[in-house]
Write a protein that binds this ligand. Sequence first.
Ligand code: XBP
Ligand code: MG
Length: 253
Amino acid sequence: MIQALIFDVDGTLSETERDGHRVAFNRAFADAGLKWIWDVPLYGELLAITGGKERIRHFIDTHQPAFPPQADEAAFIAGLHKAKTAHYLRLLAEGGIPLRPGVRRLLGEARTRGVRLAIATTTTPENVTGLLEATLGAESIDWFEVIAAGDIVPKKKPAGDIYTWALRELNLAPEQCLAFEDSANGVRSAREAGIPVLVTDNSYTHHDDFSGALAVLSDLGDPGQPATARSGIAPASGFVDCSYLQQIHAAAQ
Ligand code: XBP
Ligand code: MG
């Protein structure tokens, strides 16, 4: 029996990357007088590096060979990233970044059934609470017993550390949980922690290698808006509910 559902945030609860994080990075660069523009395809490449600060450092190393060395590079990147977070929170508050199909419904069903909820993400903690507040209301933050986010562990996804941290806080074994992810890095992270994982892919991750996932679906689906299966069992009802999750979880044990 599944005791807890553990959700990734970016790309899984919501399509935050292209119109949220990417735009916020570009605004922070412009504020700092930098002529760096992360267009949609470039940002897709940069997503291979999880974590915003890590992504900026990688971009400087690989795409800006002429950028002068900073006296304190970590502080420079941290400053840019802080400005990016402020822009991102503003974008969320404006309400333009909705939840993916089925997320609201599945969270509601899990709560009704007493299935515990948690989050394991690479993003900054304020970004998680900002998204929940903007989409589900401030009270939804308390629906999640554990919010494992950002720099709480030194090694970000694809390392399993963030999921292992969440498991410890939940006091559950990996096989008592089910993770939701949208990317290969996320699947690797959940699997390294031993947690079975369901994928809902998106335009940035469509071609990722999802080996090890229980199933790969287009989204969670909703009544009248069925999800399609890219691999694994499709939900008979057309949408992911707790009985479907038990079915794919049991099949993997
Ligand atoms: C999400 C990320 C994050 C966001 C930016 O990965 O990689 O870095 O792009 O967030 P996942 P911050 O969905 O696998 O957790 O800028 O706050 O780091
Ligand atoms: Mg993700």
